[in-house]
Design a protein around this ligand. Structure first.
Ligand code: PLP
Length: 438
């Protein structure tokens, strides 16, 4: 075997703080903290009106500082922002959960815990089934190391997996919360809700109740596909059908004497309507905090009272070439820097108020992929004003992401602007657990 060790990763380009954007290396992710605050404040008041609990999803951003802002209930001694007031957080993979646990000193049960849990514990929910032995081992190591401050929960859709969790929690003498997941239309995981499966759903809740180290948390009923249904009438119908299935499962459990303490689900495009339909008592939106143009393109019904959220994050890129022709500007944001799976990002020379309705992106400049390290901006229309692109911020360009979650997963850090209207970044936050998702 070779004695050579792998060299350390190349360090990120240094950013001296404060740094005006034109001097910040590209491609980078830039976050407007005042907009994050505005989105969280708006969500907090909307949730209070709806009378449900909020558990934002960390998969959106994978950033511990943003997670902390979500579950903060009161200002901190050194930060007047009162927080998003959420009862807990969702995580999709252990690589997102672990950084929050590793930084547990940033959270205090009193200000960040769930008042409905004994001891006001932090309420961290991995919205995944955990079956593979390496993951189970890691899950129980984390749950046991942090049991004093945190209740970690997972979800199940199979009796065999539930039995494994019951055994492992007993052998580790470690508490674990468990939600039963039902399939409400995503057709991916979760037990289908049919006359034939209701008895299994009840059986699983009974087994959780009986297992000495498991806590019965309730039902997980999330339909992600409908979040991107553009047509508002169609989306409303899909939401209703998902909620009808959740209601059937909830009622069967209640009839069996096991009413689910929590019925949780919903995303940015459905949380308002789902909460109003009265089955879910907790919602899990994530994207609202940063927004993307995919959500921006969703249409809303005239009577839809769900508020609009602002874009709070963009990709900062710079011009590489204008040699090809007067209609093209080549930038350094290719397929390694911007997520293209869900569509292309949008050019913008401003970053104000785009919401669910009426996204304001500049459609006279169109992005297309120029390969791994290049993006192509094509100027459309009669007058080709390259200055419009090249001149903005001294040769740097702003792109709005199409889909926020995979966009965040491509970068190691977010550079933060702390004052509205400023173009000066003053700190960096890490994006944790990037990559395939362990
Ligand atoms: C289980 C679960 N809950 C909540 C969300 C958050 O949805 P959104 O980011 O669309 O608001 C997601 C997103 O994929 C999810 O998978």
């Amino acid at each position: 075997m070779s004695s050579l060790t792998s060299p350390p990763p190349c360090p990120l380009p240094p950013v001296p703080f404060p740094s005006p954007l034109p001097s910040v290396d590209t491609p980078s992710l830039i976050l407007s903290l005042p907009r994050v605050h505005a989105n969280l404040t708006l969500m907090r008041s909307t949730i209070a009106e709806l009378g449900v609990d909020l558990r934002p999803h960390v998969k959106t951003h994978k950033c511990v500082e943003l997670a902390e802002l979500c579950i903060r209930k009161q200002p901190l001694s050194d930060d007047p922002f009162p927080g998003g007031g959420a009862t807990g957080l969702c995580f999709q993979v252990l690589d997102e959960l672990q950084p929050c646990l590793d930084s547990i000193d940033m959270f205090s049960p009193l200000n960040h815990g769930n008042p409905k849990l004994p001891g006001n514990k932090l309420d961290f929910f991995l919205t995944s089934q955990v079956l593979h032995p390496p993951k189970l081992r890691r899950l129980f190591e984390l749950a046991s190391a942090h049991e004093e401050t945190t209740l970690i929960s997972v979800m199940v859709d199979a009796v065999s997996n539930l039995e494994t969790l019951a055994e492992l929690s007993a052998s580790h003498k470690t508490n674990l919360g468990v939600f039963v997941e039902v399939n409400v239309g995503q057709n991916r995981t979760g037990l289908p809700v049919t006359d034939d499966t209701l008895s299994t759903i009840v059986e699983m809740a009974e087994k959780i109740e009986k297992a000495p180290y498991l806590t019965y948390r309730g039902l997980h009923a999330y339909q992600g596909v409908l979040q991107h249904t553009r047509d508002s009438e169609l989306r409303a119908a899909e939401i209703k059908s998902a909620v009808d299935l959740a209601r059937t499962a909830r009622d069967a459990l209640a009839e069996a004497g096991l009413p689910p303490p929590v019925v949780t689900g919903a995303g940015t495009a459905s949380y308002h309507e789902e909460a109003r339909l009265g089955v879910h008592n907790e919602v899990q939106p994530g994207s609202f905090m940063l927004m993307d143009t995919d959500y921006g393109d969703n249409r809303k019904r005239a009577d839809d009272e769900a508020p609009d959220f602002q874009h709070a994050l963009w990709i900062h890129s710079s011009v590489m070439s204008t040699a090809m022709d007067e209609r093209k500007v080549i930038i350094d944001a290719g397929s390694k820097a911007v997520d293209l799976v869900s569509g292309v990002p949008s050019f913008t020379d401003q970053a104000d108020n785009w919401g669910m309705n009426g996204v304001r992106k500049d459609e006279s400049v169109e992005f297309s992929s120029g390969g791994d390290e290049h993006g192509i901006l094509t100027l459309k229309g009669g007058e080709y004003d390259q200055e419009k692109v090249v001149g903005a911020d001294s040769g740097t360009v702003r792109l709005l992401p199409r889909h926020i979650d995979p966009q965040m997963n491509m970068h190691d850090r977010i550079l933060v602007i702390e004052e509205e209207g400023s173009n000066v970044v003053t700190k960096a936050w890490n994006v944790h657990g990037r990559g395939p998702g362990f």
